[in-house]
Design a protein around this ligand. Structure first.
Ligand SMILES: Nc1ncnc2c1ncn2[C@@H]1O[C@H](COP(=O)(O)OP(=O)(O)O)[C@@H](O)[C@H]1O
Ligand SMILES: [Mg+2]
Length: 487
């Protein structure tokens, strides 16, 4: 199992409490009694010195002075002379002290060898365990003046007892401290680890790239500081990753665009070569025919020359168209926007078509909203658009022969529509016919000399103008429309 910091802290603090409590208990049981005895001995020595000084002063009321000391220290005082005569005793009333088998009376626990030492001027300080009475005594004895011996005795039974009680009591204190310590350790470790767990959760969601989680900074300490840093880090990472994603998207788009452009370029080149192939081989064939003098009569020679001129004209038309398209698509042409009347422009253009229309038996209708339809655009380019639409309409018109040009005054725009009767354009072709070289019916386009560039030039022009345009299939035919900006 994984050990959490909380658990470690809890165990650590609890162990610490256990060690402290055990140490105190050991010190207590081992040294408390010794310490008590040492203290008591010190006290005895101190009082012994006091008694000595009182005794040496020859105070009249010696008994009173001794009694005072006796009360303070709780020890028995005995003074006897060299021959065993009691000089003062706080316990005996007899005047003589018994020294049977080397031991002095009931309460004076001195041995013969002790006495010898005392008379030699040594100080005796000892504990004495009474063999019959279950008691222990602390005995201090030394020589006063005139060979009198002072004996101070105190029972250490009370001390031992106190120590025993203290030991017992200490077990309870130990248990209580342990429980209290464990509780404190538990709450303390939880309080300590809670923010760390929260921080870890924030970091975990960051690892999953979720930057919505934030650490709630509550403290001013290192953990609070770390929380702030992690929040900052999260924000910065989030920003950088968003930026990176955006850059990546752009890169992908660029690559896609590049690929498309590349494909378009290839297709364009193949289309151009394809378009040029037919006229070139025709011209080549007919020119060689002329050179080899295959035809001898004038009429046939003229026909050969006509074919060559025709095909050359087609090539010229194609090259002109390509040039124009490349200019428009590279956006190198500048629009010369002018205000003009679109109605008049349409009128002007259709006037030029009158002979052809008459020739082809086409019925032209012009549908004006009103006479004054002022627009702002590049007039020559718009003329090109109209010419392309009208040419296409004438090229695709059916036997009904109806051509309608409508000019509608919308709210912000003028809508121009060129409508001819004929077959509808299939939905799937509607986008493609704006591409260069695209023709729905190739042989028909060859008949009327179509290059397939007209609508792509129109598209380029109208995009330069930022104007909308499109195709609509009508009941009787198709309508090509575009919009112009009103002034
Ligand atoms: N009014 C129309 N009705 C039907 N099809 C049309 C019409 N105008 C254009 N198209 C289709 O769109 C193609 C592209 O037109 P365009 O770019 O002008 O080339 P082109 O006129 O040289 O063929 C035409 O080949 C034709 O198939
Ligand atoms: Mg055309």
């Amino acid at each position: 199992m994984k050990k959490s910091i909380g658990m470690k802290l809890f165990i650590g603090i609890t162990c610490f409490v256990v060690i402290i409590v055990s140490l105190s208990w050991i010190l207590n049981t081992k040294y408390l009694e010794k310490y008590y005895i040492k203290k008591k001995s010190d006290n005895l020595i101190q009082y012994g010195e006091e008694i000595k000084s009182v005794y040496n002063k020859d105070i009249d009321d010696m008994d009173l002075a001794f009694m005072k000391i006796e009360n303070q220290i709780g020890a028995d005082i005995t003074i006897f002379s060299k021959n065993g005569q009691i000089q003062y005793s706080s316990i005996f009333n007899e005047q003589k002290i018994g020294m049977g088998n080397g031991k002095m009376g009931r309460n004076v626990h001195l041995m013969k060898e002790d006495l010898e030492k005392i008379f030699n001027g040594e100080r005796i300080l000892k504990t004495y365990q009474h063999p019959r009475v279950e008691a222990k005594f602390l005995v201090l004895s030394f020589l006063l003046k005139n060979d009198n011996v002072l004996v101070l005795e105190t029972s250490v039974a009370s001390i031992t007892e106190s120590v025993e009680i203290a030991k017992d009591f200490y077990i309870y204190i130990g248990i209580i401290s342990l429980i209290l310590g464990a509780i404190v350790a538990f709450f303390y470790s939880r309080r300590f680890t809670k923010p760390i767990i929260e921080l870890n959760n924030v970091a975990k969601s960051m690892a999953k790239l979720d930057f919505s989680q934030k650490y709630d900074v509550k403290t001013d300490d290192e953990i609070g500081e770390l929380g702030k840093t992690i929040n900052d880090l999260s924000e910065q990472l989030n920003r950088k990753i968003i930026e990176l994603n955006e850059a990546n998207e752009r890169l992908k788009e660029d690559i896609e665009k590049e690929k498309k452009i590349d494909a378009m370029r290839k297709e364009f080149i193949s289309s151009v070569s394809h378009e040029l192939k037919t006229p070139i081989s025709l011209i080549q064939g007919y020119a060689e025919g002329l050179k080899d003098n295959i035809v001898t009569d004038e009429e046939n020679k003229n026909f050969y020359c006509d074919v060559i001129t025709d095909e050359t004209a087609k090539m010229e038309k194609l090259v002109k168209g390509l040039l124009e398209l490349s200019q428009i698509e590279s956006r190198s042409v500048k629009l010369e926007n002018k205000i003009f009347n679109i109605g008049s422009l349409v009128e002007q253009i259709v006037n030029k078509y009158k002979p052809i229309l008459k020739d082809k038996n086409i019925n032209l209708i012009i549908d004006h909203d009103d006479k004054e339809l002022k627009v702002k655009a590049d007039i020559s380019k718009i003329e090109q658009v109209l010419v392309n639409f009208i040419n296409n309409a004438i090229n695709h018109i059916d036997e009904n022969g109806k051509l309608k040009i409508s000019l509608k005054n919308d709210q912000e725009k003028i809508r121009v529509g060129v409508c001819n009767t004929g077959s509808n354009i299939p939905k799937e072709e509607m986008d493609r016919i704006w591409e260069s070289f695209y023709k729905i019916d190739k042989s028909r386009a060859r008949e009327y000399g179509g290059t397939g560039l007209g609508l792509s030039i129109v598209k380029g022009i109208l995009e330069l103008h930022n104007n909308d345009f499109g195709i609509l299939n009508r009941d009787e035919g198709v309508e090509f429309w575009f919009e112009l900006n009103k002034i």
